[in-house]
Design a protein around this ligand. Sequence first.
Ligand code: SF4
Length: 171
Amino acid sequence: MRRILFESLLKPPLTEPSPGPDEGALAELAGNVERAARRRLGRSLSIREVDAGSCNGCELEIHALNNPFYDLERFGLKFVASPRHADVLMVTGPVTQNMREALERTYAATPDPKWVVAVGDCAFDAGLFAGAYAVAGGVDAVIPVDLHIKGCPPSPVQLLQGLLALLERVA
Ligand code: SF4
């Protein structure tokens, strides 16, 4: 036992090295989202994340947008704590029966103009959970959806590409 402990102090970590950052491409994509937000809204973009019943896989990718690697706030994109301060509701699903009313009330509390982005395959059509007794369906079974970002889960870069597509579509 003592030998194993001693060896573990000397050995390097067994985790794989992280992939090399494509910092330039990421900065360009996030910068495009920021510029599109300022052009369309006249200010930066505020996002409220709503977990309507997901497995939390999609949340991990969404939270990654705020970590030191992606650091979205440097581009003026920020997550807010209240739907009353949000432009975009980023909803992960499927929508469970328990969360249905909460989602409807969150949508009603978000000021116009507002956009709903359904994140992940479950938010699209309930995915693996379709037909389950506790599931109301995908997000558009409960509130109107402006954009689906598919994937299980979608990566942070796909989330940024989706936000950019949404802003480009906003008249
Ligand atoms: S799409 Fe995948 S990661 Fe996201 S909530 Fe559904 S099962 Fe989880």
